[in-house]
Design a protein around this ligand. Structure first.
Ligand SMILES: NC(=O)c1ccc[n+]([C@@H]2O[C@H](COP(=O)([O-])OP(=O)(O)OC[C@H]3O[C@@H](n4cnc5c(N)ncnc54)[C@H](OP(=O)(O)O)[C@@H]3O)[C@@H](O)[C@H]2O)c1
Length: 264
């Protein structure tokens, strides 16, 4: 299957590092023009320099803005009034004892992980349906389904994203626009690498360290290793393509079999 996104414009929120950066590389590598987003012009410029080396001929747009605020979303829309592919990747996570999550934290997780995505869908969906083609993916997590007791607020925000995806897929029914969520499992990003070395012997080489971490702390994973960001990106590139035209309203798993369920 040849996935060709030439002529499409994509926005990936939170794409200066981690999974977002890998998604941006995947989309650009398949020919899309990709807007790179993070909170500061410096981190965005650094990511663009890195992607330009990694993907020769990449067409990249600098789109710095704090999309977790109404004002930031408005700034982003001025830079980029229309997109064909919207990947809501931005998400924050952190652990907190269940009974100590404050009202402010509940609201912050809702604002950053849910409302930021909803605002952009609201802004870009009418253009997509008007043109008769569009792709929206919301990056959710295994924590949407297997709610961690140390991150209930994070789990809540990702469960909400599944509902948002399903609901807006219905809104776009019959239009040629698809809306899906991607359930990402434990993934090898910088933050997660630090986290792994907090829990296993620091002297272990990375490959052994991650397998030990998975064996002890994520035994449900069928993959038995962390997922590489590119493996999440591959699914997003596919969902962004013409070939994925019959997949909409779905929660698609790239979780290494972590969620112990046959469906979805
Ligand atoms: N890592 C995992 O194991 C894992 C597992 C399942 C799901 N996920 C989900 O995958 C997504 C990406 O995770 P990740 O681990 O790759 O994240 P990450 O490494 O923490 O990167 C977060 C990105 O978001 C940007 N960002 C943060 N706040 C922002 C804001 N208000 N406005 C715009 N950009 C902002 C950061 O850029 P600047 O610092 O430049 O602003 C950075 O590029 C998240 O939705 C996460 O919940 C991750």
């Amino acid at each position: 299957m040849q996935l060709n996104l030439t002529g499409r414009t994509a926005l990936v929120t939170g794409s200066t590092q981690g999974i977002g950066l890998a998604i941006a590389a995947g989309l650009a590598g398949s020919g899309a023009r990709v807007a790179i987003n993070g909170r500061s012009p410096e981190t965005v410029a650094r990511a663009i320099a890195q992607l330009s080396e990694q993907v020769p001929d990449a067409q990249l747009i600098a789109a710095p803005a704090d999309v977790a605020t109404e004002q930031g979303a408005a700034e982003l829309l001025r830079i980029l009034p229309d997109v064909d592919i919207l990947t809501n990747n931005l998400g924050i996570f952190g652990s907190r004892p269940a009974l100590e999550i404050t009202d402010a934290e509940w609201l912050r997780y809702f604002e950053v992980n849910v409302l930021a995505a909803v605002r952009l869908i609201r802004a870009y969906l009418p253009g997509m349906t008007g043109r008769g083609w569009g792709r929206v993916q919301n990056i959710a997590s295994d924590s949407a389904v297997v709610i961690p007791t140390e991150m209930i607020h994070y789990g809540m925000s990702k469960t909400a994203l599944l509902a948002v995806s399903r609901g807006y897929a219905k809104e776009a029914a019959g239009s040629g626009v698809t809306v899906n969520s991607v359930i990402a499992g434990p993934t090898h990003t910088g933050g997660v690498e630090d986290f792994v070395y907090q829990l296993v012997d620091r002297d272990l080489p990375w490959d052994e360290a991650q397998r030990e971490f998975m064996r002890l702390h994520r035994p449900q994973s069928l993959l038995q290793r962390l997922i590489e960001p590119e493996e999440i990106a591959n699914m997003v590139v596919y969902l962004s393509s013409d070939q994925a035209s019959a997949t909409t309203g779905a929660a698609v798993r790239v979780d290494g079999g972590y969620v112990d369920s046959i469906l979805p």
